[in-house]
Write a protein that binds this ligand. Structure first.
Ligand code: NDP
Length: 276
């Protein structure tokens, strides 16, 4: 219902027209009519992505484990966003989410697999449990969420996998994290080929140092924050952290028809961190 069928405003008229309703409708048009699922869409980068997709006209569904956090995010996103509490590492939860999307919307135009985390620790001390947990969250969940989404993904549609600049660079003591993200990059490359016949395009979006609750947690101490600030100053060309909405802008582009000749590739949004 967002497309103005009677008389679409022309570019020149738009440029001079300060009517916010027209501006809003035009902006919303990019993903208008599309349905998108964003895992981990209740905070941080996922919330930034969900907000931007909704602003650009998509019907957004978010998934996160903590229901109150999901509910709060849904209110923040607005635009009739739908929240579902669930854990991406639990197969029954994924089944439930896709069943609800099928019932409510019939299909999916964009699948943004963002839920992920850090941890596991360095080679010397990483336990089997911590290793398996991170692989389950950052790698295994991506594989099975995509597998389970296949019957819902429309022709055309887009899958955006949130990786990290860590698949390109050395993160001291973070080998398991880097390895899971390199796996995600490989999924995007392979699925770009495998899913092309179905009209599904697949992209890797790799953020750099982005201001999120996760970032807050790992830099919680003054010393930690200082160390990170130094790191960002030395290892990004733009000399600052990224913001979730800056990741959201690129995710929205990838989910739109503007990325029509792209699949299997990687875009890094790290202010240059990916080159260090
Ligand atoms: P946050 O920890 O800030 O947010 C994570 C979100 O995902 C929360 O909404 C959380 O909600 C949800 N989530 C976590 N685990 C699960 C789960 N098992 N099932 C469902 N939802 C879950 O993380 P960021 O926003 O910082 O990171 C998002 C992604 O971006 C990750 O894949 C991360 O690796 C990647 N990334 C982040 C960078 C950064 O600098 N921040 C840099 C590079 C990549 P809840 O806890 O309630 O489930």
């Amino acid at each position: 219902g967002l497309v103005d069928v009677e008389s679409p405003p022309t570019r020149s008229r738009l440029a001079t027209d300060a009517n916010p309703a027209i501006e809003r409708r035009t902006k919303m048009g990019k993903l208008s009519g599309k349905v998108a699922l964003v895992t981990g869409g209740s905070a941080g980068i996922g919330l930034g992505i969900a907000q931007r997709l909704a602003q650009d006209g998509a019907q957004v569904v978010i998934m996160g484990r903590r229901k109150p956090v999901v509910d709060e995010a849904v209110a923040q996103i607005g635009h009739d966003a739908v929240g579902i509490a669930g854990d991406v590492t639990v197969m029954a939860d994924l089944d439930r989410v896709f069943a609800q999307i099928k019932e409510q919307f019939g299909g999916l135009d964009a699948l943004v697999l963002n839920a992920g985390g850090v941890g596991a620790g360095p080679l010397e001390t990483c336990t089997e449990e911590a290793f398996d947990e991170l692989v389950s969250l950052n790698m295994r969940s991506i594989f099975f969420a995509t597998q389970k989404a296949l019957p819902l993904l429309r022709d055309p549609s887009n899958v955006v996998l949130i990786g990290s600049v860590a698949d390109q660079i050395v993160v001291p003591g973070g080998s398991v994290y880097s390895a899971t993200k390199a796996a995600v990059r490989a999924f995007a490359r392979c699925w770009g080929e495998d899913l092309a016949p179905r009209g599904i395009r697949v992209h890797l979006l790799g953020p750099g140092y982005t201001e999120t609750p996760l970032f807050e947690r790992i830099t919680a101490t003054d010393a930690g924050r200082e160390r990170f600030d130094e790191w960002v100053a030395q290892r990004t060309s733009l000399k600052r952290r990224g913001r979730p909405e800056e990741i959201g802008a690129v995710a929205s582009f990838l989910c739109s028809d503007d990325s029509s000749y792209m699949t299997g590739g990687a875009i890094y949004v790290g202010g240059g961190a990916e080159n260090w």
